[in-house]
Design a binder for this molecule. Structure first.
Ligand code: FMN
Length: 223
């Protein structure tokens, strides 16, 4: 090997090492950034109780320094139920905004009531309008309802999110007969149990979100 070739090889190796160091540095900075959690409010019924549950959850999430939070409210998103290839500009703007919010999230918490043993149509519409935005990300559930506490809605949502390559978190927070457990200011009347359940949920969600974010930095998800 000539010395010129050796120098070229050394330069190439040094450039590769610099590139590798840059990648490692950017992976390290990505790994230490707070996780971005999107809280999805899944009901859009007039007079809905969903915002009370969501505000309780947000007060719990905001105690965590390792998480930043965004809110996607299906009532505010007003997504059309017709899948048109050419939506009006105002509709398109709303679709783009919501897609960007979901895309930016590392993890999701879906706040869902139970409607007739399932979850609301507006929530299904939001889910079905997106695909890559959910993939290889964790999804946790906070549910509420009548006697069921929304648990049947959650079980159905697990099947839907599996199809979308999302990972659902085992533990949930569930409010049975939800409205009886909150005062008029939205405070839970006996918060110790729900607060403990929220901590477990957030810990599990964080573990999965970090694990998947780290994994994707090394090896992008292939679907
Ligand atoms: C159309 C409809 C169907 C419902 N079906 C159930 C049900 O199957 N099981 C249950 O426990 N509660 C059921 N409920 C009670 C709701 O879960 C409860 O009222 C909840 O607060 C609804 O969420 P929202 O107020 O955010 O719309 C139903 C309520 C509605 C409006």
């Amino acid at each position: 090997m000539t010395s010129a070739t050796t120098a070229t090889t050394a330069t190439t190796a040094s450039a590769a090492s610099a590139t590798s160091a840059t990648s490692a540095a950017s992976a390290a900075s990505a790994t230490t950034a707070p996780l971005r959690v999107a809280v999805i409010i899944g009901s859009d019924r007039h007079g809905r109780f969903g915002p009370v549950i969501a505000d309780w959850l947000l007060s719990r999430v905001r105690t965590r320094e390792d998480l930043t939070v965004d809110v996607v409210d299906v009532a505010e998103a007003e997504l059309p139920t017709v899948f048109s290839p050419h939506p009006e500009p105002a509709v398109r703007d709303r679709l783009v905004r919501v897609a960007a919010q979901l895309d930016a999230a590392d993890a999701f918490i879906v706040v869902t009531p139970e409607y007739n043993h399932s979850f609301p149509a507006a929530l299904k519409n939001l889910i079905d309008r997106h695909r890559a935005e959910w993939q290889a990300k964790p999804v946790a559930f906070v549910s509420y309802g009548g006697i069921s506490g929304g648990l049947r809605a959650v079980e159905q949502l697990r099947q839907v999110f599996a199809e979308l390559h999302a990972v659902t978190v085992r533990d949930t927070v569930s409010f049975h007969g939800a409205q009886a457990h909150f005062d008029d200011e939205g405070n839970h009347l006996d918060p110790a149990g729900p607060d403990a359940a929220a901590k477990v949920l957030l810990d599990q969600l964080t573990w999965w979100a970090l694990a998947l974010r780290d994994a994707k930095a090394v090896r992008p998800y292939g679907r």
